[in-house]
Structures are given as C-alpha cells and as structure tokens.
Design a protein around this ligand. Structure first.
Ligand SMILES: *Cc1c(COP(=O)(O)O)cnc(C)c1O
Length: 170
C-alpha cells in the first residue's frame, strides 16, 4: 500500500527479495544490466553466481544513460538499479530508464531500500518491480530481517509460487 503496488511478497531478507526476483525473471541465455554502486551482495550475486546459470550481466556506471542504452542487447531482460544508491545516495532518472527499457521490451527493477516509500514510489514511474531490504528503514529498529518484492499481481503470482519451492518463507 505504501508503494502503491497491487501485490507484495514478504521474504526473510532483502537479499532473499533481490535473488528471488532475479531467479524468477531470468533464465539461461538472458542478459541483465546492472548499475554499479549497488549493494555489494547484489553485485556479487550477479557477477559470481548468475553466470553459473547462463545469465550474463553488464555493469554500467550509475546515472550514465547512454551507457545503459548502449548495453541493451536483443536478449536483455532486465535493468536492475538502486535509487538512491547504497552508500553514495546517487539518484536515477527512473522515467528515462523506464522509457528506454520498455521501448526495447526490457523490464526495470529498482532496489528502493534507501529511498523508502516516503521519498520515492518507483512504480509511479512505470518501474516493473520494487524491492526493499525491510531490514533497514522499513523495519526501523534494527531488530528484524525481512525483504519485500512489490509489483503487479501478474508479475508477482509466479514469484509467490516459487517462494515455497525456494524456501524463502517468512
Ligand atoms: C541491506 C541491503 C540489502 C540486503 O538486505 P538484507 O535484508 O540485509 O539481506 C539489499 N539492498 C540494499 C540497497 C541494502 O541496503
């Protein structure tokens, strides 16, 4: 409700949200564009783990829109970015990225952990999926771990089906 999303899936950590969404959206032969300046474990997962499953990633400078556009290939499925970034607080022109992605049939996922829905609602700009480490500001008291994936019912129904299979249960 805070993000203005149709549906949300709560998982046991922020990384559970990021990796669950990536494993759902991507399959062998797909290509992912990731902006640098992202959470170190997200970068680690995309660079060290996804290649084992045949998913290639391109790392582009955060905020370099020409580089993002140039990195789009026929098999690009997703652009993953953060706004603001952890830890440098750089913001992204979401409308611009969404326009360039959707015109090429590419989805956009934003890790909005640092923004919180109080400051930014990426879905309002056409972003397909929003993830949060609920462990951070959303929980607020440094006493629990959780993650959330927010989006349309259509995007999230397959993820909910996958959730039990992967054991990402809260
Ligand atoms: C902390 C953080 C994560 C990972 O969250 P956990 O709940 O610790 O797994 C992912 N993305 C960002 C931007 C974060 O700050």
């Amino acid at each position: 409700a805070l993000e203005g999303g149709q549906d949300a899936i709560l998982v046991s950590s922020g990384m559970g949200a990021v990796t669950g969404a990536l494993l759902l959206l991507l399959k062998a032969g797909d290509h992912l564009i990731l902006t640098d300046e992202c959470y170190h474990s997200t970068l680690n997962f995309c660079e060290k783990f996804l290649p084992r499953y045949g998913v290639e990633s391109s790392l582009v400078p955060h905020g370099d829109y020409a580089a993002i556009e140039a990195a789009i290939r026929p098999n690009t499925r997703l652009i993953l970015s953060e706004s603001p970034t952890n830890p440098f607080n750089h913001c992204l022109d979401l409308k611009r990225v969404v326009e360039m992605a959707h015109s090429r049939g590419v989805k956009v996922m934003i890790d909005s952990t640092f923004a919180t829905p109080l400051n930014l609602r990426p879905l309002d700009y056409g972003v397909d999926l929003v993830v949060h480490s609920v462990t951070k500001y959303l929980a607020g008291h440094n006493d629990l771990m959780a993650g959330v994936v927010i989006g349309s019912v259509k995007e999230l129904t397959p993820l909910r089906q996958m959730q039990a299979l992967f054991g990402q249960i809260v």
